[in-house]
Design a protein around this ligand. Structure first.
Ligand code: C2E
Ligand code: CA
Ligand code: CA
Length: 655
């Protein structure tokens, strides 16, 4: 009898132990299961960040709200079925409360009915969601609807939102993952916050975290929900107008400005032609993403039409701030939109209308924004234009030039003039210097002294410089082969350009293509580039290619004889300031021969710049400077004029 009883106790202990083990194994398996869900977390994390971002902008809106304001917060999140059923009921009650709060406020009547529409739609959406998740598992959604008026309740909303932002991010993350998985991807998270106020009105609307499958299903159910653009996920035009009316009402009450930017992509049709509509769609989505990244959280962006976007900037404090934003929007399009689009630059043209100057309501602002966008397009695309003409003038000339320089090559606004270089002894033309000119569509001719430093600062000099180099070299080859008269072309290369290896690469390529001797090309650098350590390699490379190097404006900058030797410089150009006043100017009359003598001593050729009188030419020649360039012989001329000039005077016509 004892034996079996003893065994039974042991069996119990063993049984309990086994059960414990099983439970532990199950717990372990469960935690493993949960952790595998994190492998899918990457995408969710992105969404969650967006969610937190949206929260921050809502919080900001709340922060701006004062005690007179009334607020409304609607939040859906994933929870359990029973909660969800109850929550839908609560939402209805809360909405009734909201209506009561706003009942006495005529100003907000429109807002409340808009919220009502939204709210109805969202409750419908939730019901659909509930069905979806019920079919999957017991996960469901909860809606949290809060309404408030006055400081205390505003504070409550604020606290709620902050708490969600800080504490619930992680919880929400896990919840979303689990629910999405079990419910087959049907999670929606939505926050609507509206602040209606006697003093101001802010409406923010955020909708996100909806997986694709669920979005499609919901869209079927909610074909009424037309507030968003399917492709880009941005609000659509109706939503934009809606939001805009509220925002304008606020701006009117507070007597502040707002800006409406009307964007239109350039050349999207080219993308469609090249990559089909799917490629075009992908480009649009990417453009939308970049625009979104370039604006502030408090600005609103929407897709207005095929390749058109609208941005509403609240609190537009100055024209130059808005101009900076427009510039940024143009800049984000500088990189190719898709890897396969590296050949086409899809730019954006922007028209800007300012409230209240350019329109007192959304319709006028939109129309004027669009009209200015069309003006921007007709002026060469990839630029912005204010509707209010004074605003265009307020944007500094420099900023406008800077932005326009990026398009100057593509728009064929640049051209080169050529100034002959003369052998004073024989009168022969030994070469020509290419000098850049810009015919700006509005400002007319803009001189290189003004625009080269701007192009240097913005970086557009790289594209421009490459164009100058190629155009000048090609022109020289044409003269050479067709007329046989030009021996050498000089091209100015600025310091930023020199540091970019494109110059030497382009030159090497050109020389091998054209087969012309490299010493027919001369690169003009200024003195300070010689002492710039980073430039040494590039100068060496140029020398290795075999092109000539001359030092421009010699004597005006940092001169170092050792550098002239180090880089085996071919020529120095004596600056015009040393030539001026010769031969009377006693200081120049002694300095210039010194420079000439020094160059000769080092075996470097010399040319004098800015020679305007025969007396100057005579003085220079008598002191051993054989070459000269200046108005005395010829002003910079177009290629056609240069041909005429040569033909009328003959190659040795000067003497
Ligand atoms: P620079 O290289 O010293 O060019 C000489 C300037 O003196 C030219 O002005 C030319 O038109 C002017 N000039 C020539 N002969 C005379 C004369 O007898 N009297 C007077 N008063 N002036 C004369 P421009 O064309 O306005 O060019 C100004 C500067 O712009 C150039 O100075 C050069 O630094 C820069 N630049 C011009 N084209 C280019 C270019 O393609 N690339 C770069 N990086 N810089 C350029
Ligand atoms: Ca020069
Ligand atoms: Ca010069």
């Amino acid at each position: 009898m004892r034996g079996p009883r003893h065994i039974t106790v042991e069996a119990w202990i063993l049984g309990i132990f086994v059960c414990g083990l099983v439970v532990m194994l199950m717990l372990f398996a469960l935690s493993w299961y949960n952790s595998t869900q994190y492998t899918h977390a990457q995408e969710r994390v992105v969404h969650l960040n967006e969610h937190i971002l949206a929260m921050s902008s809502l919080l900001m809106a709340l922060e701006q709200a004062d005690g007179h304001q009334r607020g409304y917060l609607l939040l859906h999140e994933a929870r359990y079925r029973d909660d969800c059923v109850r929550a839908i009921g609560d939402a209805r009650q809360d909405y009734n409360r909201l209506q009561a709060i706003f009942a006495d406020d005529r100003d907000s009547a429109g807002l409340v009915s808009r919220i009502g529409e939204l709210e109805d739609r969202k409750i419908q959406e939730l019901t659909v969601m509930l069905e979806l998740v019920q079919a999957g598992n017991n996960q469901a959604a909860i809606v949290l609807l809060r309404a408030g008026a006055g400081r205390a309740e505003m504070d409550e909303l604020r606290t709620l939102l902050s708490a969600m932002k800080v504490h619930r991010a992680q919880e929400l993350e896990v919840l979303l993952q689990q629910s999405e998985r079990r419910a087959g991807g049907s999670i929606s998270l939505m926050i609507i916050l509206s602040l209606g106020a006697i003093a101001g009105l802010v409406t923010a609307f955020v909708l996100m975290n909806r997986s694709l499958g669920a979005r499609r299903r919901l869209n079927l159910e909610l074909s009424k929900d037309k507030s968003r653009d399917e492709l880009t996920g941005l609000p659509n035009k109706a939503m934009f107008m809606d939001w805009g009316y509220s925002a304008l009402a606020g701006a009117r009450r507070e007597d502040v400005h707002m800006a409406m930017l009307y964007l239109d992509l350039d050349l999207l049709s080219e993308v469609n032609k090249l990559l089909g509509t799917r490629g075009g769609d992908a480009a649009l989505v990417e453009a939308a993403r970049r625009f979104q990244g370039a604006i502030r959280q408090t600005d609103m962006i929407a897709r207005l039409g095929e390749d058109e976007f609208g941005i509403l900037v609240s609190g537009a404090s100055s024209v130059s701030n808005v101009a900076t934003l427009a510039r940024r929007l143009i800049d984000v399009m500088a990189r190719p939109l898709l890897p396969e689009l590296h050949e086409i630059h899809i730019g954006v043209s922007i028209g800007i209308a300012i409230f209240p100057d350019d329109g007192k309501d959304m319709r006028d602002l939109l129309a004027n924004g669009r009209q200015s966008m069309l003006t921007a397009k007709s002026q060469g695309k990839n630029r912005y234009r204010f509707h209010f003409d004074n605003a265009n003038q307020l944007v500094s000339r420099q900023e406008t030039l800077s932005q326009d320089l990026f398009n100057a090559v593509a728009n064929k606004e640049l051209y080169l003039l050529y100034q002959p270089q003369i052998d004073l002894q024989t009168g022969e033309m030994v070469g020509a210097e290419a000098l850049l000119r810009w015919r700006h569509p509005y400002f007319g001719d803009v001189g290189p002294q003004e625009f080269i430093p701007i192009a240097e600062a913005s970086g557009s000099i790289l594209t421009i410089g490459a164009w100058v180099l190629r155009t000048a070299c090609e022109q020289m080859v044409r003269w050479q082969t067709e007329l046989g008269f030009l021996r050498r072309i000089s091209v100015n290369v600025s310091s930023r350009q020199l540091l970019d290896s494109r110059v030497s690469n382009a030159l090497a390529e050109f020389l091998s293509e054209s087969g012309i001797p490299p010493d027919m090309i001369e690169i003009e650098l200024v003195e300070r580039m010689l002492v710039e350590p980073r430039a040494a390699d590039e100068i060496d490379r140029l020398k290795a290619i075999g092109v000539r190097i001359s030092i421009d404006d010699f004597g005006t900058g940092y001169s170092s004889l050792s550098y002239l030797k180090r880089f085996s410089i071919d020529m120095i150009k004596i600056d015009k300031s040393f030539v001026d006043g010769l031969p009377e100017d006693s200081s120049n009359a002694s300095l210039t021969p010194t420079i000439i003598g020094m160059a000769q001593g080092m075996g470097i050729e010399v040319i004098a710049e800015g020679v305007e009188t025969p007396a100057q030419a005579g003085f220079l020649l008598s002191h051993g400077c054989r070459l000269a360039q200046g108005y005395l012989f010829a002003k910079p001329m177009s290629s056609g004029q240069l041909i005429d000039w040569v033909q009328t005077r003959g190659l040795t016509g000067w003497k």
